[in-house]
Design a protein. Structure first.
Length: 609
């Protein structure tokens, strides 16, 4: 497998945009994903049925082409009974072809549907593996706008793959069928020049091949830029969509800051980037149209011109001439499938590149992080949580004492079950990184952290995640909605000060939009009453809350006196309620010879690992 990979990611680090992979390798990746998916059986059944329908259509098309000879001969003889008889035959053939076309259209749609299901579910499954989505977000440009790759790119790839493969198979079958017909017709082509007469075996076949090959070569030369341009367009479109979505979700903050003009400028910059790529793409398509449309119009007369010598010399009847023209057009259409589909193929390759790059980034993302130093994690002794000489680095792949990290001032600390602790420190320390480190999401640093069993711990971030759906589902997250008894859910809501939401437990809504910041945090505290973990780690969750809400949250925590609580941040309400043991974080000084200063990181979210 390694031999198919031409190199590592083409651009490393935060600017990485993709992988330099061969087309064969990309196809192997996607075929392997398909073969191990649940849609393999229905897609194979539909594909088998499609091949059968395409074969039947090709046979009926050959019969229709043969019908041309007696039909046009009847016209040339002015044979009215023969003319009507041939029309009856045409009605039967056309009716059969119509039925086959309808069945094929249905099979096409169902195949595309199953292909999209398999691809989208595979990408989502890979994306939401433990820690992968979070770490992908810090992997550079390839981790930007994953929704575009999971939704639009997956849809485009599934639909275009289905359409192109079916078109290729159909063209190949028609080519094989009509080359035989055209070769047989060419045997009657005798060319006479004065006293000399000669024939060229397969004359019409070679003419069709030359005509289609010349169109293919010109299309390749003219349209080779389309793959890269389409990939650039998909990327710019994703960035524009994200900018619009981000602005829409933050309209209140933008309006309050009188930032409409500034935001409009940002969005217009993204619009300009999209339009610039589309202009280049439009010119490339226009240049390709010169070739595709030009050859398309020439095909109206080319087969007649090619067969004209044999016709005018008396070697063909008028009906045989029209039959030869029909067969030539079928062979030419089959041979020119690549020409006619050069644009769609370019889009397909661009989409394939984006999807396989995304999947490759996910599947090659191991659990280990390549850092100079990492925090060691272990299971602690029963009833304890330990922090031994823990130092947190604020950047990846850097030496800790050169990148403005921080450490626990107390050195080695043991926290016992049921104990209440607060960890705060200097204002220039990004305490959120300690929260991520304790939840095993930020291993950058040194020292050792001993954690209780995972099922006994619950980490409460500053902003609670409120999934879409019912409020009952939001309260139970990440468990199923029916995990907890209805009475317990109602009691948890009331204890957390959310009495007014009890009647709306089973209402589906965007609760992250309907609830204010304090209410959303209260949802997180209500979850605590349902889960009742033995260990809780909080990330500045009380900062910024109204005093009344803080008082209510303290009552929630006081209802669980047996639980150990570690509050990372500063909260007077927490101190007054529990009189916790206070630990301190201190910033590390940078090495003087490096000319660096300590990182003045604010308490904003760190880049996700």
């Amino acid at each position: 497998m390694a031999e198919d990979v031409k190199s590592r990611p083409s651009i490393q680090g935060q600017d990485r945009v993709g992988y330099d992979l061969s087309l064969i390798f990309r196809l192997k990746v996607m075929f392997s994903a398909f073969w191990h998916s649940k849609v393999r059986v229905p897609v194979l059944i539909l594909s088998t049925a499609l091949i059968g329908i395409i074969l039947a259509t090709a046979y009926a098309t050959v019969i229709l082409n043969q019908w041309n000879a007696p039909f046009y001969d009847a016209i040339s003889r002015r044979d009215l009974p023969g003319f009507f008889y041939q029309l009856k035959i045409f009605a039967l053939i056309a009716g059969m072809l119509l039925l086959l076309n309808v069945i094929q259209a249905w099979l096409n749609q169902m195949t595309a549907l199953y292909m999209r299901e398999g691809l989208t579910r595979d990408l989502v499954d890979q994306w939401l593996q433990r820690k992968r989505a979070l770490r992908l977000a810090s992997s550079g440009l390839i981790g930007v706008n994953p929704d575009q790759r999971l939704h639009e790119d997956a849809r485009n790839l599934a639909e275009s793959t289905t359409g192109l493969v079916i078109g290729l198979v159909q063209s190949t079958i028609l080519l094989v069928s009509f080359i035989g017909v055209l070769w047989e017709l060419s045997s009657g082509f005798v060319f006479r020049f004065g006293e000399y007469a000669f024939s060229i075996p397969g004359y019409m076949v070679w003419a069709a091949i030359f005509y289609a090959a010349s169109a293919s070569v010109l299309s390749q030369l003219v349209g080779r830029k389309l793959v890269k341009l389409n990939a650039d367009r998909f990327s710019r479109e994703a960035e524009l969509r994200f900018a619009l979505m981000h602005a829409n979700e933050n309209i209140p903050a933008i309006t309050a800051a009188r930032g409409e003009e500034n935001e409009r400028g940002r969005i217009n910059t993204d619009i300009s980037a999209v339009l610039a790529v589309i202009k280049k793409l439009a010119m490339a398509n226009v240049n390709l149209t010169w070739v595709s449309a030009g050859y398309g119009w020439l095909v109206v007369v080319i087969p007649i011109i090619v067969a004209a010598p044999a016709y005018f010399s008396g070697g063909l009847t008028f009906g045989q001439l029209m039959m030869s023209v029909g067969a030539f057009n079928q062979v030419n259409t089959a041979l020119r499938w690549y020409v006619s589909n050069f644009g769609p193929i370019a889009e397909w390759r661009a989409t394939l590149m984006r999807v396989t790059d995304f999947r490759q980034a996910l599947t090659t993302m191991g659990d280990d992080v390549d850092l100079k130093e990492t925090i060691a994690y272990e299971r602690s002794a029963p009833g304890t949580l330990t922090l031994e000489d823990v130092t947190i680095a604020t950047k990846m792949d850097e030496e800790i004492d050169q990148c403005g990290g921080f450490r626990l001032q107390e050195g080695s600390v043991t926290i016992k079950a049921g104990e209440k602790v607060m960890i705060n420190g200097d204002h220039n320390v990004n305490r959120k990184l300690l929260f991520l480190a304790m939840s095993e999401l930020w291993p950058c640093g040194s020292g050792k952290i001993g954690l209780p069993p995972t099922d006994d711990m619950l980490f409460v971030p500053q902003s609670a995640y409120i999934p879409g759906g019912t409020l009952r589902e939001a309260l139970a997250f990440p468990a199923a909605a029916d995990t907890y008894k209805n009475d317990d859910v109602i009691a948890a809501l009331e204890k957390a000060g959310l009495h007014n939401l009890v009647a709306r437990l089973d209402t589906r809504a965007r609760w992250d939009k309907l609830l204010d910041a304090d209410e959303q945090r209260a949802i997180g505290f209500a979850r605590l009453l349902l889960v009742r973990p033995q260990w809780m780690v909080f990330d500045e969750v009380l900062e910024g809350m109204e005093p009344e809400w803080q008082s209510t949250m303290m009552k929630v925590l006081e209802a669980m006196p047996e639980a150990a609580m570690i509050y990372i941040g500063r909260s007077d309400a927490y101190i007054e309620a529990f009189h916790p043991r206070v630990l301190h974080l201190e910033a590390l000084a940078a090495k003087p010879e490096q000319g660096k200063v300590a990182d003045k990181a604010s308490n904003t979210p760190a880049p996700a690992l």
